[in-house]
Design a protein around this ligand. Structure first.
Ligand code: SF4
Ligand code: SF4
Length: 184
């Protein structure tokens, strides 16, 4: 991966003509570039179930602001609405395996999801309840994931949370996932 210096003099990981994401998001994405939930390819356990719908490629993933600028030829990007918070977002509908170097943030942290720990007063990650019917790792909880993956996901979330606008988006993502917690 080539590195670039953005106009503010900060290290950026994507060429501007390909990706114009916010520097903080760029850094958060970079933290999760090569790391996966297990040290082995967990997709081999489930035939990449989280990228599919009823066994066929066809997964809709919400994008964070700016990610729609990334060239993602493995799917089509269109507007979507997050159902609980009614947030207008862009989303990619994947129809073939992606270029993992450019997969969206939410794919990079799955099966984890961001949440604010009121008890500890800090952002963290927890198992995403929406993963329960899809992901074979769900039943083992966070303890079953590669600790380096959990640490990287937590670090990426905390990095984003330093910025009020990103923190507001994290809160919406948390609310979307929390709705499933109430159902279970
Ligand atoms: S469903 Fe779970 S185990 Fe399968 S590829 Fe996705 S994260 Fe890995
Ligand atoms: S972007 Fe990649 S990892 Fe995410 S759902 Fe699509 S194919 Fe799967």
């Amino acid at each position: 991966m080539r590195h670039f210096i953005d106009p503010q003099g900060e290290l950026c990981y994507y060429p501007c003509e390909v990706m114009t994401v916010d520097t903080k998001l760029s850094r958060a994405l970079e933290l999760l570039k090569d790391i996966t939930p297990l040290r082995q390819d967990c997709g081999s356990l489930c035939a990449s179930a989280c990228c599919k719908d009823e066994g066929e490629f066809g997964s809709l993933v919400w994008l964070l602001p700016g990610e729609e600028q990334v060239q993602m030829p493995w799917g089509s990007v269109s507007p979507a609405v997050m159902p609980v918070t009614q947030t207008q977002v862009s989303a990619i509908y994947c129809v073939s395996p992606c270029d993992r170097q450019h997969r969206p943030f939410l794919c990079r942290i799955f099966p984890l999801s961001p949440f604010y720990s009121v008890k500890r007063g800090e952002w963290d990650v927890r198992m995403d309840r929406r993963a329960a019917p899809v992901c074979p790792l769900f039943r083992y909880g966070k303890a079953g994931l590669d600790p380096a993956f959990v640490d990287a996901a937590r670090a990426a979330v905390r990095l984003l949370a330093q910025d009020p606008e990103w923190e507001a988006r994290l809160k919406k993502l948390e609310a979307e996932e929390a709705a499933y917690r109430m159902e279970l």
